[in-house]
Write a protein that binds this ligand. Structure first.
Ligand code: C2E
Ligand code: CA
Ligand code: CA
Length: 691
């Protein structure tokens, strides 16, 4: 989600830049096109019409000149024309010349013509045209016959003077071969642009400029408006309404931008920080006070970070930090200092915070690490996962993310992905662990224990998936699945004439939020046609800390339906003596912890015998779990323990094997555990290979 938002933001930025760029280019092109076309229109108009008219006049003059052979007549024709001119022979010698604007320099004569106003040369239809900036250099050293040496560019500094209201005259020279190429006539012409024509051009250019100004103004207004919109949008996207400052998007986009710019020698860490029991605070105070607290927390975090670091409020009671660090220990110390300061932001309360940390370099171990490649979204998620490790406790905590956490998370994900299919494909198997009377060695009952035999993961012990199902809620489905299969097996064995004993099924505490739990259990069992007396419900000790009233209600209902109810893992950590007082349970299961370390001073035995006595006095049956050695069996038998469930008698086994035990009418085959088995891991012991 955040990733797609981030992409959209970046795309928006890029598109905005690309569109503005394209628009500017488009405008510049239009401007160039308009100016060039108007200049072209003007120049074409002036030269095509004006020069052609002048040329035509000259053409008549040249015709007359060609006809007349007498030099003085020819001269008078040219004189009549009243323009400056020059006649050259084949060798470039000047035959005659006339011009007012001439000057002499050293021994060379320059005919310097007016201005440098216009430097444009075109080839007209018949004649060569020179701009007026070209001055003619004549060699006068040989007195009788000056020679045209070259067209030299000599600027005499005069300019065309444009007086308002007057026509503009631009002089230029035409070179015309005359008398069949015998001579060359160079004649000075003038291009006259009428004042009105000039005005028309000025107005024309004015209109074009106005259009351009309007377009540019529209662009500028549009640009300003877009910039304002962009700022507003940025504020909207990057601003958190509670802290009035950085939010999650800001953390993602700005954080990655900063990491890209960061020097490679600087190390960064991503931190997920959460306000513990924020909801409780809001409940006891008000939403406004809660939000004020969150804002205070943000201010403090913001004050603790420098301008290369980021603090942001990512939503609810969560904060994200991007921090620089030197080494893990100093970072941890810094975080504890921050948490301590945060805890004291209120005079009347002390607040706790859970922090999860990802050291970016560690997160990328194995790969070539580059800060610019960091995916902050993923790393923040990892920091959250690290943080969750401390969430069982309400005290403040700081946890660092490591590879084991990644592996655990991957396993959790794969379990989550395969759980439904595993139920569909009946990959979960019911194993039965028999319970025996230690005085008579007779089969008295069994506990149904789940095993996952997965084509993908192989044999998976319950410790590897039951806690995951408890977390993701799938445990409800699993417990129903087990209940249904046990009820089905019991019904089948009953029908086949076996002497069935009650089988206990574990029901997770997660179920106790459902107030029709007892009805659900009854329905499942009865639907399979199994008598309720053959099913016992095991509730773990920790479940008794939940709502007592609801618990009592469910237990009474189950008992009224004919089920026996047992308290599992009694003595495993939580003190549930109180629950024993309030709840009318049928069976007490002593936790295997009592029998794990055989005490030498007899204290353990005292506790066990007192627990047995307590159960007897409360009219409860007592089952000892995890019993592995004969001395313990003998001791438990002497103390009046009703049943033993442990490796001394039997490990959990598939239904067919368990059936064998029943056929033999409860006389068990003794299984002395080997020394390896005694100390070996529970999971290994339960694998089919081990069994
Ligand atoms: P639990 O309910 O306390 O089950 C007893 C565990 O002790 C079983 O482990 C059993 O194999 C083991 N055990 C029994 N006797 C001995 C012994 O003499 N020595 C040793 N070392 N271990 C012994 P298991 O089958 O691995 O189950 C572990 C836990 O997983 C169970 O503890 C229970 O909390 C949970 N579980 C198993 N099946 C289910 C189920 O179907 N539903 C639910 N909700 N939880 C289940
Ligand atoms: Ca159990
Ligand atoms: Ca147990």
């Amino acid at each position: 989600m955040a990733r797609s938002h981030r992409k959209k933001m970046l795309k928006l930025r890029k598109t905005h830049r690309v569109l503005s760029g394209l628009f500017v280019c488009f405008l510049i092109l239009i401007m160039i096109f308009l100016s060039m076309s108007s200049a072209f229109v003007f120049i074409t108009y002036v030269f095509e019409t004006k020069c052609r008219a002048e040329e035509e006049k000259i053409t008549y003059l040249v015709k007359d000149y060609n006809v007349v052979r007498d030099d003085s007549d020819a001269a008078s024709i040219l004189e009549d024309y009243e323009n400056d001119y020059m006649i050259l022979d084949r060798n470039g010698n000047i035959i005659s010349l006339s011009g007012s604007d001439t000057c002499l320099r050293n021994d060379k004569e320059h005919i310097a013509f007016t201005s440098t106003f216009f430097s444009y040369a075109i080839s007209s239809n018949h004649y060569t045209m020179y701009p007026d900036t070209e001055n003619l250099l004549i060699d006068t050293s040989e007195e009788e016959c000056p020679v045209l040496v070259d067209f030299n560019y000599i600027n005499d500094g005069k300019k065309v003077d444009i007086q308002s209201g007057e026509d503009i005259r631009i002089p230029y020279w035409l070179e015309i071969p005359v008398r069949e190429g015998e001579q060359t006539l160079l004649i000075r012409c003038e291009l006259t642009v009428k004042f009105m024509e000039l005005m028309f051009f000025i107005v024309f250019m004015g209109v074009i400029s106005l259009i351009l100004i309007i377009i540019i103004a529209a662009f500028v207004i549009n640009y300003i408006r877009e910039s304002i919109d962009k700022t507003r949008l940025k504020k909207l996207v990057f601003m958190d309404p509670i802290s009035n400052d950085h939010n999650w998007m800001y953390f993602l986009i700005e954080g990655e931008a900063r990491l890209k710019k960061a020097r490679p020698s600087v190390k960064y860490a991503v931190v997920s920080l959460v306000f513990v029991k924020y909801r409780n605070f809001v409940l006891c105070h008000s939403i406004e006070e809660g939000e004020e607290k969150l804002s205070d927390v943000f201010r403090l975090l913001d004050g603790e970070t420098d301008d290369q670091e980021i603090a942001s409020h990512t939503g609810s009671s969560n904060f994200a930090l991007l921090l620089k660090y030197e080494d893990k220990d100093s970072l941890e110390k810094r975080l504890w200092d921050i948490i301590e300061k945060l805890g004291k932001t209120d005079d009347h309360h002390h607040f706790n915070f859970h922090a999860g940390v990802v050291l970016l370099e560690d997160a990328a171990s194995g790969k070539k690490f580059k800060l610019s490649n960091v995916d902050l979204d993923r790393e923040y998620n990892n920091a959250c996962n690290a943080r969750i490790a401390g969430e069982d406790n309400d005290d403040s905590s700081v946890y660092f993310f490591d590879e084991k956490l990644v592996e655990d998370q991957k396993w959790i994900d794969s379990v989550h992905e395969s759980q439904e299919k595993a139920v569909e494909n009946e990959e979960f198997k019911v194993y039965y662990q028999p319970k025996y009377d230690p005085r008579t060695d007779e089969l008295r009952g069994a506990e149904a224990l789940i095993r996952w035999i997965s084509p993908e993961f192989g044999f998976v012990p319950p410790g590897k998936f039951i806690p995951i199902f408890e977390q993701n809620g799938f445990i409800t489905e699993i417990d129903h699945y087990m209940l249904r299969h046990v009820a089905k097996d019991q019904k089948k064995w009953l029908d086949e004439g076996y002497e069935c004993v009650p089988v206990s099924v574990n029901i997770s505490r997660a179920h106790f939020i459902e107030n029709d739990l007892a009805d659900q259990i009854r329905k499942i069992v009865e639907d399979e046609g199994c008598p309720t007396s053959l099913i016992e419900i095991e509730l773990t000790e920790s479940a008794f800390f939940d709502d007592k009233k609801a618990m009592l209600n469910t237990i009474s209902k189950l008992q009224s339906f004919g089920f026996a109810v047992s308290m599992d893992d009694f003595g495993s950590g939580y003190s549930s003596l109180n629950s024993l007082k309030d709840l009318p349970l049928d069976v007490l299961k002593l936790d295997s912890g009592f029998f794990r370390d055989i005490s030498t001073d007899g204290r353990g035995e005292i506790v066990v015998s007192e627990a047995i006595r307590l159960a007897k006095n409360l009219n409860m049956k007592i089952v000892a779990e995890g019993v592995e050695v004969k001395e313990q069996v003998d001791f438990l038998a002497s103390e009046g323990c009703d049943m033993i469930q442990g490796y001394y008698y039997a490990k959990p086994m598939p239904g067919e094997e368990y059936l064998d035990k029943m056929v033999r009418n409860g006389i068990p085959e003794r299984e002395e555990p080997t020394p390896e088995e005694k100390g070996a891991d529970e999971n290994e012991q339960n694998s089919p290979e081990a069994e």
